[in-house]
Design a protein around this ligand. Structure first.
Ligand code: GLA
Length: 394
C-alpha cells in the first residue's frame, strides 16, 4: 500500500469510524508533445504519471455529501442536488462540478462521505484538477455500479471544469487521466476522440520532468485569448480557401501557411502556425518513437518548445532557461515545456548514463532571478502509469 493510500484510508477510518466502500485513483499527466492543440481538434500525445489523486467514499442513507481533504486539512459539505459553483471551500468545487454534471447526465445521487488526498503538485501544469475530477467520477461509478466510456467520462469531467470551475480547458487532461496505459503514450485525436496506445522504443533513454517551481500566473486569461486567436485563425483560413471544406485548423497544411501569411493578422498567423506545425510534430514523434529514432523525437521536442516560445508565446523565462541548459548537456535528446505554460514543468528525453550530468547542470545553472533566491528545480523520472481505476471495492 503506498503512503497516500494508507493516509487516505486511515483518515477515512478515523473520521467516519468505518471502512470506505470504494477507493478510486486517477493520475496526473505529462504531455510529451501536442501543446494547445486539443481545443483546436488537433493531436496530443500525453502519458499518465504516478502522481495521483485518491478518493475514498461510502454511501450514506441521508441527503448530505460531506468530505475531508488531507491536503487542505478541512472539511466541506452540501446537500444532494444543491451544488454551488461559488462554494467557499474551493477544492470542494471540483467535487461539486462532477456531481452536477452527473445529475445533468441522468445519474441521480444520494448522500455520501469521502476523504480525498493527492500527490500531484498543484499549479505545476501536471493536471491535478483533471485527476481530482476523474477520481471523483470513477469512485461514484464504483459506488453506483455503472461505467461511462473513457471519452464520455473525459467529456463529463471537462464540462465540470469548464462550467463549474470556470477554466475553459480542452479535453486532453481529463482524457489521459482516464485512458492512460502503463509504459505507453496515448495518441488522442481531439476531433473524433479516438485514441491509440503507442509503444515507445527508447532503449537506454528516460523521460524526466523538471519542475521550474514557477507557478502559473495569468494563465486563464491568456489561455482564453489563445483559444480566441485560434478561432479567428480558423475563420480567416476558411475565408481564404472558401472552396475547401475546412472544419478545423487540422484541415490546414504546412503548405497553406505561405498564402495565409500574406494577409493574416501577424499575431493570429503565428498562433495558427504553431498549431499546424505542432500537429505535424506529434505525428512525426509517434512514428519516431515507434521506430526508436531518438534523434527525430528530440528534434521535435526542441522545435515544439521554440514554437510555443516564439509563435504561441506561452513559455516563460524559467522554462526557456531550463531547456537552454539541457540543450547543452551531452546525451540530452530534446526538451520542451509541457502543459499550458507560463510556468510549470519541462520534460526531457535523456540518455540514462547522462541523467546525473543533466541534474548537475540544472543545479549549477538554473538560477532564475524571478523566483526567490535559492529556488531549486525539482527533477524526477516519469513513471508512466495506468489511467483512473478502482483500487478497492467492498
Ligand atoms: C491545459 C489544458 C489542456 C491543454 C493544455 C495545453 O493543460 O487543460 O486542455 O489545452 O493546457 O496543451
Amino acid at each position: 500500500m503506498n503512503n497516500l493510500l494508507k493516509q487516505v484510508t486511515d483518515t477515512f477510518k478515523n473520521k467516519w469510524s468505518s471502512e470506505p466502500e470504494v477507493i478510486a485513483t486517477a493520475p496526473g499527466r505529462v504531455n510529451l508533445i501536442g501543446e494547445h492543440t486539443d481545443y483546436t481538434g488537433g493531436f496530443v500525445l500525453p502519458v499518465a504519471i504516478d502522481r495521483e489523486i485518491i478518493f475514498a467514499v461510502s454511501e450514506t442513507l441521508d441527503n448530505t455529501i460531506s468530505g475531508y481533504s488531507v491536503d487542505y486539512r478541512n472539511e466541506a459539505s452540501c446537500t444532494v442536488g444543491s451544488y454551488d459553483p461559488a462554494h467557499p471551500v474551493s477544492w470542494f468545487r471540483y467535487v461539486l462540478g462532477v456531481l452536477s454534471e452527473l445529475e445533468n447526465a441522468g445519474h441521480p445521487l444520494q448522500g455520501f462521505r469521502f476523504v480525498v488526498g493527492g500527490t500531484v503538485p498543484i499549479g505545476s501544469g501536471l493536471s491535478s484538477s483533471a485527476a481530482f475530477e476523474m477520481a471523483v467520477l470513477t469512485a461514484i461509478e464504483g459506488l453506483q455500479q455503472f461505467k461511462l466510456s473513457d471519452a464520455d467520462a473525459a467529456l463529463l469531467c471537462q464540462k465540470a471544469e469548464n462550467d463549474f470551475v470556470g477554466m475553459n480547458c480542452g479535453i486532453m487532461d481529463q482524457y489521459i487521466s482516464r485512458s492512460g496505459k502503463k509504459d505507453h503514450a496515448v495518441l488522442i485525436d481531439c476531433t473524433d476522440l479516438s485514441i491509440k496506445t503507442i509503444t515507445m522504443s527508447t532503449p537506454g533513454y528516460s523521460w524526466l520532468v523538471i519542475d521550474s517551481m514557477k507557478r502559473r500566473g495569468l494563465v486563464d486569461s491568456e489561455y482564453n485569448r489563445r483559444r480566441q486567436e485560434c478561432e479567428e485563425g480558423l475563420k480567416f483560413a476558411q475565408s481564404v480557401f472558401p472552396e475547401r471544406n475546412i472544419q478545423g485548423l487540422r484541415d490546414i497544411t504546412i503548405e497553406d501557411l505561405r498564402p495565409l501569411k500574406k494577409s493574416c493578422d501577424p499575431i493570429v498567423f503565428r498562433r495558427i502556425k504553431h498549431i499546424i506545425t505542432e500537429n505535424d510534430r506529434v505525428l512525426n514523434t509517434v512514428e519516431a518513437l515507434q521506430a526508436g529514432d531518438i534523434n527525430t523525437v528530440g528534434t521535435c521536442l526542441y522545435q515544439s518548445h521554440e514554437s510555443l516560445r516564439d509563435d504561441f508565446e506561452v513559455s516563460c523565462k524559467e522554462l526557456d532557461m531550463l531547456v537552454e541548459i539541457l540543450s547543452e548537456v551531452d546525451g540530452v535528446a530534446g526538451a520542451r515545456m509541457t502543459g499550458g505554460g507560463f510556468g510549470g514543468c519541462v520534460i526531457s528525453l535523456i540518455k540514462n548514463t547522462q541523467i546525473y550530468a543533466a541534474e548537475q547542470a540544472i543545479q549549477q545553472s538554473y538560477k532564475p532571478v524571478t523566483l526567490p533566491a535559492g529556488t531549486k528545480a525539482e527533477i524526477w523520472p516519469i513513471r508512466i502509469s495506468d489511467g483512473a481505476h478502482i483500487i478497492k471495492k467492498a
